[in-house]
Design a protein around this ligand. Structure first.
Ligand SMILES: [Zn+2]
Length: 235
């Protein structure tokens, strides 16, 4: 008992010491949420470093970084249900040895700075996950990386839509494409060699639905997008 108390005492003493409160700040330019930062003194090497207050308080940040390899396992988030999601995301983006790296890191799909810290990712996940089985992490824009701005939880069908549409967009086949400048999805269709603009939509699902409705209402022989989705899931 005494020994354990001593141990805790030592750990506490090694906690980074606050030098200056730096106030609220966005972790990256793209972040939508501010965090409270502080200037701390590393108790292992006496170096000064900046860190998110909460990460120091919870013990996730234990040093300026000089002890990182030594404490990789101790952040206590390993049992969190989103820990594996985080690992897989980081591996496929950052580890060239990962079998999926060619589709992610090699394509410039990166994890934003904020989410490289597992604490931030888990906090976002706990807040946003719909708590329905089958929902997994999905990037809204397939050409952009992992960040709170570009991610959501989606079921298999939505993900298949997304992938299929992105894939098709490059060929111009399905008729739904994203316009980055106005942040909207455009649905269009070619009938008798004439391009018809169906409309602009906030989500890919709406755009796809509108195009399908158009096909049905006008009794056209075009393939419905749900047919593509079925193919995708069965692949
Ligand atoms: Zn240090």
């Amino acid at each position: 008992m005494e020994g354990k108390e001593m141990e805790e005492e030592v750990v506490k003493d090694m906690m980074p010491r606050l030098i200056l409160d730096l106030g609220m700040r966005y972790p990256t330019e793209k972040s939508t949420r501010k965090y409270r930062y502080g200037l701390f003194e590393c108790q292992y090497c006496k170096k000064e470093f900046e860190a998110v207050f909460n990460n120091v308080k919870t013990g996730c940040t234990k040093s300026c970084g000089c002890q990182k390899n030594k404490q990789k396992i101790t952040h206590g988030l390993k049992s969190n249900r989103f820990y594996k999601t985080w690992c897989q995301m980081v591996y496929r983006c950052n580890n060239p040895k990962n079998k999926n790296y060619k589709n992610y890191g090699a394509r410039g799909i990166l994890v934003c700075e904020e989410w490289l810290d597992v604490t931030n990712f888990v906090a976002w996940a706990e807040l946003t996950h719909p708590n329905i089985e089958g929902y997994s992490l999905d990037r809204i824009d397939n050409d952009k990386g992992y960040s709170p701005e570009n991610c959501r939880w989606a079921d298999k069908t939505t993900q298949a839509y997304n992938k299929r549409m992105q894939k098709s967009n490059t060929s111009g086949f399905v008729g739904v494409s994203y316009y980055d400048n106005i942040k909207k999805w455009r649905a269009k269709i070619t009938v008798n060699k004439i391009l018809k603009h169906i409309g602009l939509f906030l989500t890919i699902e709406e755009a796809v639905q509108a195009r399908d409705n158009y096909i049905i209402e006008n009794n056209l022989s075009h393939k419905l997008s749900t047919d593509y989705v079925k193919e995708q899931i069965n692949e």
